[in-house]
Design a protein around this ligand. Structure first.
Ligand SMILES: Nc1ncnc2c1ncn2[C@@H]1O[C@H](COP(=O)(O)OP(=O)(O)OP(=O)(O)O)[C@@H](O)[C@H]1O
Ligand SMILES: O=C([O-])CC(=O)C(=O)O
Ligand SMILES: [Ca+2]
Ligand SMILES: [Mn+2]
Length: 653
């Protein structure tokens, strides 16, 4: 053992002082006498973390803050306490920042009186309790929380956070409720076909109270303060209160992340979500038909989630809110992907779930503006979100390299199956659900366009996954046809995963997102028509579904071919191609597309039995016709001319 006297501290670094008595451990001249100023192990651990950016949780070291910082921090706590206030008691809960398990952090308490009313009822036991708030935690902190406290949460081999969303692995549109009051009664779309199922204000308050009481009964809640919409003039401030680190990380990825300065000056949110999804709603509450309820109150600017932990409810709930707020400002909200070429040309990709918005807007040769939710204003397009939510069933590195590579540290992987030891994900495994998903910040895509805004779209691509196999792989649409197909919002998926051949199921969802729209579809359609006309945008219908027969006989069009078709749309070469018109649907189909076998461009060529093809085509046309009946009484746009053209743009028998 070397002796202390023979070694000099040449580098001039502090000596290790873990105990009062000097304890020298030195093997060579370099390592020696590097001492840490710590008296105890706890003190040593305290040295490990240095003070973070100004707005990360200020749970500790209160004396380090200047009085203005102190004041702002107090206001932040007051604002959170106000959000969590029960409306039947007098004051907001006692709020304290930080993890209840971290005993070293000095606690800051704020018991904020929210209401001017003099208390009349004695405080309940719950009012004596603290609510610990984990405020805008970083992904690393959320990983620790999730892995430590949320069963079924693991790190995968690429660093993503794999978790389970619980009993619900998809959205529950039938459990969505919207408060009908004297304003929304006239403004919103109600009745047949509408996604807005009514509830009254009182029942909303019952559910709100249930959610808030549940949240305040927990040891801790997560609070995210973030933004929606990359258009700075139309940015919306949202607050999400949730119970799981999974939810907090999901929203961290999906909403726009504020800078530390923006968070300092966040102020009062424009909209608040109370996600108490681990707790059911009370089925005896009026308007409830199950123990799941997703309730939207536009007047109160609040949403309550009970009985489902599927994180997509928050994402799509906020999208509904945007579908209400944006049209009021003459801005069109769109369920579409969006990307931009090197020359600044913008394309929109509409389509129902699973038709290819995320897959096709994530294109290595183009800049990604966003994969799912956009706004189209007088200035151009802007993404509503700060992240992407990709389907990952059968995901492959070869076919979708950018999405594959985005699944790394920080990404939330929902309901995937992985090797218990190596933690490699098996993307083909549907054991938990077919709707496996990855949520990642948009910067994880190498060619993301930041900020996520672009010019007016040049091309509007409508995606349909036609499992009947009768729609052409690509057709050029007139404006009236674009509107007809936009209002129809068609896709056909295959029902069930049982053995044997299943009939394709046609789905019609107005504006390619009926589940999220708030106004009558024709209001969005009118705005789209006006914008497309004004900007001279071209509409296209792209079938990403079956070719060579219906599901069971034919097969899904190769992604590589669809990509070639999309390339030809972007480059402008398809605009000047030679076209012929199909029967029944009257679609203009090109005779050639570079890189795509010409014989597949007319679906009739690919069917061995032409009679069955014709029957299937007629069958689909009738489904379109029946679906459109509900829209025939509505006027679209300023004159009747467009309305008549749209009606004439459907199938002709
Ligand atoms: N020819 C094709 N074109 C597009 N996608 C295809 C094609 N063939 C197979 N696919 C697969 O279809 C799926 C399309 O899903 P995608 O995530 O793009 O849907 P989405 O429209 O973004 O839906 P959501 O709104 O639910 O997010 C992907 O899994 C993709 O790999
Ligand atoms: O909302 C979801 O769960 C997934 C999605 O993007 C959609 O369905 O359009
Ligand atoms: Ca998507
Ligand atoms: Mn979507």
């Amino acid at each position: 053992m070397p002796t202390s006297g023979s070694i000099k501290n040449e580098s001039g670094v502090r000596k290790i002082e873990t105990q009062k008595k000097e304890n020298k451990v030195c093997n060579d001249n370099k390592d020696i006498a590097l001492t840490v100023k710590a008296q105890t192990i706890d003190e040593l651990h305290l040295l490990q973390k240095k003070k973070s950016a100004p707005t990360t949780p200020k749970g500790s070291q209160a004396t380090l803050f200047s009085s203005s910082e102190d004041e702002r921090s107090k206001q932040q706590l007051q604002s959170i306490s106000a959000s969590l206030a029960s409306l039947t008691r007098e004051s907001g809960p006692k709020v304290v920042k930080g993890d209840p398990d971290k005993r070293f952090e000095a606690r800051r308490v704020s018991h904020v009186s929210q209401h001017r009313i003099t208390p009349t009822i004695a405080v309940s036991d719950s009012a004596l309790k603290f609510t610990h708030v984990l405020y805008n935690l970083s992904p690393a902190e959320l990983y620790e929380q999730a892995i430590k406290y949320e069963k079924g949460t693991f790190m995968t081999s690429t660093g993503a956070l794999a978790t389970l969303s619980g009993a619900k692995t998809g959205r529950s549109p039938r459990d969505k409720r919207v408060v009908k009051d004297h304003v929304t009664e006239n403004e919103l779309w109600w009745g047949k076909g509408s996604p807005n199922i009514e509830m009254d204000e009182h029942s909303f308050m019952v559910n709100r109270e249930r959610a808030v009481d549940y949240l305040n009964s927990l040891d801790k809640v997560f609070v995210n303060d973030q933004f929606l919409n990359w258009d700075p003039e139309n940015r919306i401030k949202v607050r999400i209160v949730s119970t799981r680190a999974y939810h907090s990380l999901f929203m961290h990825n999906m909403c726009i992340r504020p800078t530390p300065e923006e968070l300092e000056n966040f102020g009062t949110p424009d909209f608040t979500i109370y996600n108490a999804g681990q707790f059911p709603c009370n089925r005896y509450t009026h308007y409830m038909t199950s123990s799941t309820s997703i309730d939207l109150n536009l007047a109160r600017k609040e949403m309550v989630i009970l009985g489902t932990q599927y994180a997509g409810e928050m994402k799509k709930g906020l999208f509904s809110v945007m579908h209400y707020l944006m049209p009021k400002r003459q801005i069109l909200s769109l369920h579409s992907g969006c990307n931009m070429g090197k020359d600044g040309d913008v394309a929109l990709f509409f389509g129902l779930s699973g038709t290819g918005k995320t897959t096709l807007s994530t294109d290595h040769n183009r800049y990604l503006i966003g994969d799912d939710e956009h706004c189209w204003s007088d200035k151009g397009v802007s993404n509503i979100e700060g992240g992407c939510y990709a389907k990952c069933i059968d995901l492959s590195r070869e076919k979708e390299p950018d999405i594959w590579n985005a699944i790394k540290f920080g990404t939330v992987l929902e309901n995937v199956v992985f090797d218990e030891h190596i933690r490699e994900v098996d993307y083909a495994d549907k054991s938990v659900t077919e709707n496996t998903r990855a949520a990642y910040p948009i910067e994880y895509i190498p060619n993301a366009k930041l900020p996520c805004v672009g010019r007016h779209p040049k091309n509007v691509i409508l995606l349909a996954c036609d499992a009947f196999g009768v729609l052409p792989p690509v057709s050029k649409l007139s404006l009236a046809q674009t509107m007809y197909h936009f209002i129809s919002g068609y896709t056909a998926l295959v029902a069930g995963t049982e053995q044997g051949i299943k009939e394709p199921q046609a789905t019609f969802s107005a504006c390619f997102g009926a589940a999220f729209i708030m106004l009558h579809p024709t209001q969005y359609a009118a705005m789209l028509a006006e914008k497309m006309q004004k900007q001279g945008a071209t509409g296209w219908l792209v079938n990403t579904g079956w070719s060579g027969g219906s599901y069971g006989c034919g097969s899904r069009i190769k992604l590589a071919y669809t990509r070639k078709i999309i390339d030809a749309i972007h480059s402008g070469s398809l605009l000047n191609a030679e076209y012929k018109k199909t029967e029944i649907f009257g679609l203009e189909i090109p005779t050639e597309v570079e890189g795509v076998p010409s014989e597949i461009l007319d679906p009739m060529n690919t069917w061995s039995d032409k009679k069955v093809y014709k029957e299937t085509l007629l069958k689909l046309a009738r489904l379109f016709e029946n679906n459109f009946e509900t829209f025939t009484n509505y006027k679209i746009g300023k004159d009747n001319k467009l309305t008549e053209e749209i009606l004439a743009a459907g199938p002709i028998f």
